[in-house]
Ligand binder design. Structure first.
Ligand SMILES: [Zn+2]
Length: 250
């Protein structure tokens, strides 16, 4: 078992490192294959040794081997988080379908997260890649009942479109599409709870940020970190949360 976990963790780290490349390059309209990864300051090509996720960053203390310019800690952090989330999905799942579903959700969120943190946008191209992937996944592994997946898509779209209308642009079109395709993957209950948890985490952390002067009023902040937090909480702990909440009021 421990070897399987190590293997899954390594898979998560390696994919996480690839997701960084995708999240960084796709919004800038660059190819994800060429040129090979290089230092953004001096252009030095990264060797196999530099590409070992997380460990190379720790070993080089976060600096380029040649020009010693700093490398953003976003990348090793998202690699490590992806590794842990892959292991968690694996341990949490009771079937292959559930494990794959967790990995797909984590993958989409990690790529969109890197893109949002670097550019404050969710590129359509990324979403258009995941939409058919999720659709095929739900044909091969249908939800129970089968209409839960299309209902999730409609609910994710409708809920966010409504908020976008009310807030007059406070919520972007990227968020609407993101919730629609996540809804297709996770179904109606998880997407609705995920939305409310995202808003809840956003409000709490935003208030703490303003209280300590770290965020100014009206300052645009990336929202995907809260979406990721809310969706993963809903996906992994939704049933417990709902049971706990019902216990509280009845
Ligand atoms: Zn360099």
């Amino acid at each position: 078992m421990i070897f399987v976990i190590i293997y899954v963790f390594a898979l998560g780290l390696t994919l996480g490192s690839f997701y960084n490349v995708v999240g960084l390059r796709v919004p800038a309209n660059q190819s994800i294959i060429t040129p090979p990864s290089h230092c953004p300051s001096c252009g030095r090509r990264l060797t196999i040794l530099d590409l070992v996720p997380v460990f190379s960053y720790l070993f080089l203390r976060g600096r380029c081997r040649t020009c010693h310019s700093k490398i953003s800690p976003i990348y090793p952090t998202s690699e490590a988080v992806n590794g842990f989330l892959f292991v968690f999905s694996f341990l949490h799942a009771t079937s292959i379908a559930e494990m794959l579903c967790g990995w797909l959700l984590v993958s989409l969120l990690m790529i969109v997260l890197v893109s949002d943190l670097d550019y404050m946008l969710i590129p359509d191209k990324l979403l258009l890649f995941f939409l058919p992937l999720f659709a095929v996944f739900r044909i091969v592994y249908p939800t129970d009942p089968w209409w839960d997946a299309p209902a999730g898509l409609v609910a994710g779209f409708a809920l966010l479109a409504l908020i976008a209308l009310i807030s007059r642009g406070g919520m972007g079109g990227g968020d609407v599409k993101l919730f629609a395709i996540m809804g297709l993957l996770v179904g109606i209950k998880t997407i609705i709870l995920g939305f409310f948890l995202s808003a809840f985490f956003g409000a709490i952390i935003g208030m703490i940020g303003m209280l300590f002067g770290m965020i100014k009023r009206r300052q645009p902040i990336p929202f995907v970190p809260f979406i990721a937090l809310g969706m993963l909480t809903s996906y992994f702990f939704g049933d417990q949360l709902i049971a706990f909440y019902l216990d509280l009021i009845f």
